[in-house]
Design a protein around this ligand. Structure first.
Ligand SMILES: Nc1ncnc2c1ncn2[C@@H]1O[C@H](COP(=O)(O)OP(=O)(O)OP(=O)(O)O)[C@@H](O)[C@H]1O
Length: 273
């Protein structure tokens, strides 16, 4: 089943003169329009995401990955484009306020690049996860507490720390709490933006292993954004490579890693081997 079908997804920061897309991109070597100065974070992005599939989005800093992720998590307005989510009737990018909140609370889980964008650090870890359940209509204290405990176990955060302030958690624990919050309402789509940023290498590996196990068990469609090819290699079935706001190559992750077709992808891969 197709969970998400995205067509022509475009984000332009600035007033946009109408020529921005033609004037930018990999062939020009820049994402800033020379006519009006607007920045084309991404343009004309098309892809489909299927049940249980993990799609990786990789590219250098500024290539448009986070803008793409935030639009799909409905945290950022798109300039143009169409995104059909299987459980929503119509283009989810133009959902009204109420529908957008329902989608965000029940269908799309987001793990933000910066912990402070996804968590209230002064709240307890349990409180952060409970907030997501409350937003989706959970009301019974005992049920909420049980669900939060079970999410702590699934994401390997000690239940004994549930009532401690999130700011007292380690970076790895904060990332796991973000993941627990993102999956709390069994979403059909999870978006992970740079899930390992700020974590040291051994913690990165543990968080990624945990997420991989969880993803396998729950079979949830996932988009993972990273500049780190190791993260993409480990998690993603299929990968989009972005540069200057455009998708320049797409394919099975193994194929992209072993036999990159685009010159830029070859450089990207060779530079980390
Ligand atoms: N609020 C904004 N206003 C103007 N330009 C922005 C804004 N947010 C992002 N940009 C620009 O859009 C382009 C894409 O940024 P984006 O953060 O999506 O890229 P990225 O690939 O996620 O980069 P990184 O890996 O560094 O996070 C960049 O040129 C960036 O400077």
């Amino acid at each position: 089943m197709t969970v998400l079908d995205v067509a022509n997804l475009t984000k332009i920061y600035g007033d946009a003169c109408g020529e921005c897309v033609d004037n930018t991109g990999p062939s020009v070597g820049d994402n800033q329009c020379p006519v009006c100065g607007s920045v084309v974070a991404c343009a004309d992005v098309d892809f489909q995401l299927h049940d249980g599939e993990v799609l990786g989005i990789v590219g250098e800093s500024g290539s448009g990955k986070s803008s793409l992720a935030e639009m799909l998590a409905l945290d950022l307005d798109a300039t143009a484009g169409d995104a059909r989510y299987h459980a929503y009737d119509g283009n989810m990018l133009s959902a009204d306020y109420q529908a957008r909140h329902e989608l965000q609370n029940q269908h799309v889980g987001m793990v933000h690049q910066h912990v402070q964008d996804g968590l209230e650090l002064s709240f307890s870890g349990g409180g952060n996860v409970a907030e997501k359940l409350l937003a989706a209509g959970w009301r019974h204290y005992g049920d909420i507490r049980d669900r939060v405990e079970s999410l702590f176990r699934e994401t390997e955060v000690p239940v004994s720390r549930m009532d401690d302030a999130t700011e007292t958690y380690s970076g790895g624990m904060q990332r796991r709490i973000q993941i627990a919050k993102a999956i709390a309402n069994d979403p059909g789509l999870v978006v992970l933006d740079e899930p390992t940023t700020g974590l040291d290498v051994s913690v990165q590996a543990r968080v990624l292993d945990m997420f991989r196990g969880l993803q396998r068990e729950q079979d949830v469609a996932t988009i993972v954004v990273s500049h780190d090819l190791d993260v993409i290699r480990l998690l993603a079935d299929r990968t989009l490579v972005m540069r200057h706001g455009r998708v320049i190559e797409t394919g099975l992750t193994d194929r992209i890693m072993e036999d990159p077709h685009h010159e830029y992808t070859q450089t990207l891969i060779n530079s980390v081997i």
